[in-house]
Design a protein around this ligand. Structure first.
Ligand SMILES: Nc1ncnc2c1ncn2[C@@H]1O[C@H](COP(=O)(O)OP(=O)(O)OP(=O)(O)O)[C@@H](O)[C@H]1O
Ligand SMILES: [Mg+2]
Length: 235
């Protein structure tokens, strides 16, 4: 058990209602590493993340976090195994201030990041701490969405397209934050369409097609695999 990855997914199948979307996802997230899932639109990347956090109608196979089986576990308990999920839609409360948004999620461990460290990582949020969530720019909302999950104290940070729709400057800022978190030893699972963003962060890549993981390789094989990757995801 000691050498089991932090998150280990075997033959995950997943459904939205009657629609069978995931047909076999196998994936390992070792402690301290950053894993990226790549794939075209609609192949099931978001669905995989939603399956991990218990948001699908039905899942089969196995998802183990820290050795605990998540399939069949009630949704509200899954976060307490140490998973922090930053969804694509961000989910900021528009009428609450930045500071209030930061303290909204229940603490899932005693690793929760201090406000001081949060504001050190995201200086924009410090400046805007009293502003209402709804008045933030897209980039600030994305930062707040990541920050409040960090505040809860996850052992695994799961991010769905954190750079989507953001300007190059903000993408760079988010890249710097994720690099700092990685240096701190945080484990991350990242879905990203922006391949150039992911390639500077990830230690290992998984490629998905039609609801399945079809290939995976470590970052040091990326150069040799660029052709396969670009034929699959068009970069
Ligand atoms: N709530 C839902 N109900 C039914 N089908 C859904 C639902 N959400 C997504 N799907 C379908 O599941 C499939 C996988 O979608 P998913 O959102 O996981 O793709 P993705 O890889 O994240 O794509 P993108 O790059 O566009 O974000 C698609 O065919 C999509 O139409
Ligand atoms: Mg998606």
């Amino acid at each position: 058990m000691r050498y089991e990855p932090l998150l280990w997914i075997e033959n995950l199948q997943g459904w939205y209602g009657e629609s069978h979307i995931l047909h076999g996802v196998n994936l390992a997230v070792p402690r301290g590493q950053t894993i990226a899932i790549l794939g075209r639109n609609g192949v099931g990347k978001t669905t995989t993340l939603r399956g991990i956090v218990g948001l699908l109608t039905r899942t089969t196979g196995s998802i183990r976090m820290n050795g605990k089986e998540l399939i069949g576990m009630p949704r509200h308990r899954i976060a307490y195994t140490g998973i922090g999920y930053v969804p694509e839609e961000r989910g900021i409360y528009a009428s609450l201030s930045v500071q209030e948004n930061l303290d909204l999620l229940p603490k899932i461990s005693n690793r929760g990041m201090s406000l001081e460290r949060i504001f050190d990582l995201f200086p924009n949020l410090k400046e805007r701490r009293r502003a209402a969530g709804g008045t933030l720019s897209g980039g600030e909302q994305q930062m707040l969405s990541i920050a409040r999950v960090l505040r809860a104290g996850p052992e695994l940070l799961v991010l769905d397209e954190p750079t989507e729709g953001l300007s190059p400057v903000v993408v760079q800022q988010i890249g710097r934050v994720l690099k700092a978190l990685k240096q701190d030893g945080l484990t991350m699972l990242l879905v990203e369409q922006n391949f150039h963003f992911a390639r500077h962060l990830a230690d290992h890549f998984y490629l998905m097609e039609e609801g399945r993981v079809v290939d995976d390789f470590p970052a040091y094989h990326l150069e040799a695999r660029l052709e396969t990757v670009s034929s699959l995801i068009g970069v």
